[in-house]
Structure formats: structure tokens, C-alpha cells
Design a protein around this ligand. Structure first.
Ligand SMILES: [Ca+2]
Ligand SMILES: [Ca+2]
Length: 191
């Protein structure tokens, strides 16, 4: 037996569905009255942008990050991603048709595709910060932490220098959290 419901309402709203009784008009097949729920599907969408626009020096910038992978997870950590989308040319992504009755985590990642962003000058900036010659913002320090240990030292400067001239294929931090760092980290949001 198929029952068709036409659901109207705002995304994320819904109601419980209770079957008070069920009667079949012929024979004596078993009838199970399992309650359920009806809800309007929700979408999770957003945009990924570079923190810094290298052409204008603007932070945070409006410069889009295309081609990043955006994975959507449920709370069940044993499951793989429920959906995966790729950011478009304007940095936007959309994961749609989702049940509003559970918690989701949005986890972006991106690899390689540095576009010449890491050069010896970055190693120099890092070194200048380490000896107190310049200041770096929190996000700049996050980007400069090549070892991923939470602090900036001359070791980070050395790794950036080595990577920028091709002596090492990857920064040590990439083994911990991938080639790219995304801010903010995934967090819970209400519907
Ligand atoms: Ca740079
Ligand atoms: Ca470090």
C-alpha cells in the first residue's frame, strides 16, 4: 500500500505521523502500525573564500576557492560522507535534500593547487616573526605553521623555504590536516 502525502511548510519544519488504526479489507495479513514523521527537506550551502586576496592584500577576502571538496557527515562517525559536493567558480557549494532531524558536519578539503602561493618570501616573513621583527595575525600564523604544532619557530621557516624550492614534496602539517586549512573549523548550526 502506498500513501502519498503532499507536504507544505518552511524548510526544516515537520510533524510526527501517528497511525491510529489500520484495516485491510480482504484476508488477514499482519498489519504493523509504525509511526513516523513528515518534514520538509533542508539544504546546507555556503561559500569558501580565500582568507587573503593576494592581488589586493584584503583579509578576509571575497576571492572564491573553486574546486574544493565539501563533505557532509552525519553524527555517526563510522559512516563515510553522506554527500560530497565541489565548490563552483564562485566558491559556492550545496548539499541538498537533507533530513532536518539530525546533526550534520560540513568538512571541506582541498589538496595541492597552491598556485605559487608559497614562496621563499613566506619563509622570510616567518623568520622575521620568530625574531620579533614583524607581527602576524592569528590566521597568518595558522597558515605559517608548517609543522602544525601550534607555534611558529625557525623550523617552520626552514620547511617553508624547503617546500618553496621543491626540496620537500609536502609541508609536515599536510599529514595532520591536509594541504589546506579551513577556518572556521566545522561547527554545529541550528536549522
Ligand atoms: Ca605567500
Ligand atoms: Ca610550527
Amino acid at each position: 500500500m502506498n500513501l502519498t502525502f503532499r507536504i507544505i511548510g518552511a524548510p526544516g519544519t515537520g510533524s510526527r505521523l501517528h497511525f491510529a488504526s489500520a484495516t485491510l479489507n480482504e484476508g488477514s495479513p499482519a498489519v504493523c502500525r509504525n509511526d513516523g514523521s513528515l518534514y520538509v527537506y533542508v539544504d546546507i550551502s555556503g561559500k569558501i573564500r580565500y582568507y587573503r586576496d593576494d592581488s589586493t592584500g584584503t583579509e578576509p577576502s571575497n576571492k572564491a576557492v573553486p574546486g574544493a571538496e565539501v563533505r557532509l557527515f552525519t553524527q555517526d562517525a563510522t559512516q563515510g560522507p553522506l554527500q560530497t559536493s565541489i565548490t563552483a567558480c564562485d566558491g559556492s557549494y550545496l548539499n541538498g535534500g537533507l533530513q532536518p532531524i539530525q546533526t550534520y558536519s560540513v568538512v571541506p578539503r582541498h589538496s595541492d593547487d597552491y598556485g605559487g602561493a608559497i614562496d621563499p618570501f613566506d619563509a622570510s616573513l616567518n623568520a622575521q616573526y620568530v625574531v620579533g621583527l614583524i607581527n602576524l595575525t592569528y590566521i597568518q600564523r595558522l597558515a605559517a605553521d608548517a609543522s602544525g604544532n601550534g607555534t611558529l619557530t625557525s623550523f617552520d621557516s626552514a620547511k617553508i623555504a624547503q617546500f618553496s624550492v621543491g626540496l620537500i614534496p609536502q609541508l609536515p602539517v599536510a599529514a595532520l590536516r591536509g594541504d589546506w586549512v579551513f577556518v572556521p573549523v566545522p561547527q554545529e548550526e541550528p536549522n
